[in-house]
Ligand binder design. Structure first.
Ligand code: NI
Length: 184
């Protein structure tokens, strides 16, 4: 049975560490962790991504999904939905220096949001749980989610990326969302 994992929050040193690569010869050693992360994230129905340091494991693994609907506050018209999946030893390459600013939230900073600049277009590669390598190009919201989760593997939280701290604060105050919204 998968386990419900507890989250680390901003201030926990594990969130400031550069996470260690996974030894690809022993990916199976991480299957249980990944299943537990997926089980745990599914209990958080507004959340889209979770990185291993957020469950106190300093390894280069994250999981994410893309919703079929995104609230207009993200300034995104549409996104190709994607099922929850795991990315092991991911790498991101910036394709264009153009950046977009958009709202982000994070399981490690409950109730807080902020506007964060992110590269509009990236390519990224990763290994899946079977050790197969994948490479994708991502734009807009998809690229934002990947950059946010990738940062967790490098000890960076979204406030570290913010350039306008007047947009950092409690979601209830800044956005007043309805219950159907989804967040990173
Ligand atoms: Ni996060």
């Amino acid at each position: 049975m998968p386990k419900l994992l507890s989250f680390t929050h901003m201030g926990n040193p594990v969130l400031k560490q550069v996470a260690e690569p996974v030894n690809l010869k022993h990916i199976e050693n991480y299957h249980e962790l990944i299943h537990d992360m997926m089980f745990t994230l599914k209990q958080q129905n507004k959340r889209l991504g979770l990185a291993a340091p957020q469950v106190n494991v300093s390894k280069r693994i994250f999981i994410f999904r893309l919703p079929d609907k995104i609230h207009p506050r993200y300034g995104v018209e549409s996104v190709e939905p994607m099922d929850l999946h795991a990315l092991i030893n991911p790498e991101v390459t910036v394709i264009s220096n153009e950046q977009l600013v958009g709202w982000e939230a994070c399981i490690s900073l409950p109730a807080l949001v902020g506007k964060v600049p992110r590269y509009k277009k990236i390519s990224y590669s990763f290994y899946d749980i079977l050790g197969e390598k994948h490479t994708r190009v991502a734009e807009g919201f998809h690229a934002r989610v990947v950059q946010h989760e990738m940062d967790h593997l490098n000890g960076i939280l979204f406030p570290d990326r913010m350039t306008d701290l007047t947009t950092f604060g409690f979601e209830d105050e800044l956005i007043k969302p309805n219950s159907h919204e989804r967040e990173l």
